[in-house]
Design a protein around this ligand. Sequence first.
Ligand code: AMP
Ligand code: MG
Length: 356
Amino acid sequence: MMSLKFAAEEQVAVAAVRRACTLTSSVFNKLVKNETLVKGDKSPVTVGDYSAQAVVNTILGRAFPDDPIVGEEDAADLRPESGTALKNRIVELANETLTAELGIGEMAEWGLGPGQSRTPEELLDAIDRGTYNGGATGRMWTLDPIDGTKGFLRGEQYAVCLALIVDAQVQLGVMGCPNLPVDAANPDGPRGCIFVAVRGHGARQLTMSGSDPKPLRIPTFSDDNLNFLESVEAAHSSHSFNDRVAQILGIKRAPTRMDSQAKYCSLARGDGGVYLRMPTGVGYKEKIWDHASGSVLIEEAGGIITDSRGEPLNFGLGRTLGENYGFVAAGKEVHAKVLAAVKQAKEEEAKSKDKL
Ligand code: AMP
Ligand code: MG
């Protein structure tokens, strides 16, 4: 079941992601009941983000104390007096999650199980383990405690995303998707899956309890059944550019829109044929925690991921992907076709701008 390479890291990462998923699901359910879901600026989702990061970083800090973490959140807003209410809630949620009974493959040495409560200070420090700046050398983890916040708030797709990078290469990716149907062909069936990829050792889908691994392989798509996976949020990637590329390729099926790196998971198991993410022109720099785990999953499922010019992604530049320009992820043949169509669509765009 477990690959030998990075076996310990895989076991810890799966446990950490599972625990974080339990936490975020429970936060969502409590928030719905209290009807405070989308209220205010210190929004409830912030509670979920912070506590999930506190849990994952606490576990990593115990299991791999020397590894730095590039995490999305930091605790700066929680330390002053004004952050007390939020902090108390985070401490309560994180401790509830850390002290739950041990599950499959979990060990008490990672600071898990009954009686292993942390102090508020320890949990804030755990969140701040995520402030590492990244770089080209050494081991580091990337964490997005709730990727796809907007989807989380809508009760749709989001993902807890954890990856291990060694010398700028993603070696391990673990993603938890609490709301993703176990089988896309049965959208009303059971939900919640974990995806794991170890470089050179394949990609797998597990149950939410970490069992029953199923190997993943991107299937071959014919022109008839090819479809796009894309963001729900038009502010995150250009829907109109994707429409044009789909037109050039003669794609008939409507795009499947979903939030978060659940798109990479869906692509890895063949729910969609290509994930295309083009910048919207606002100069946003993509973050490494938003693509690290997804990229290794795609490669280990037999696919290719590059930017929209066909350039490889560079995870060694710091917290962002630098001058990266969009993303194309797909099986090998589809990837080549989409890159060509993207090139054509860009040339058309440039020509029509020249005319103006
Ligand atoms: P998605 O759910 O695929 O739309 O992507 C969610 C991610 O988009 C979040 O993790 C944000 O970090 C990221 N994001 C926020 N603003 C932008 C933007 N202008 N362009 C691209 N990505 C963005
Ligand atoms: Mg994110």
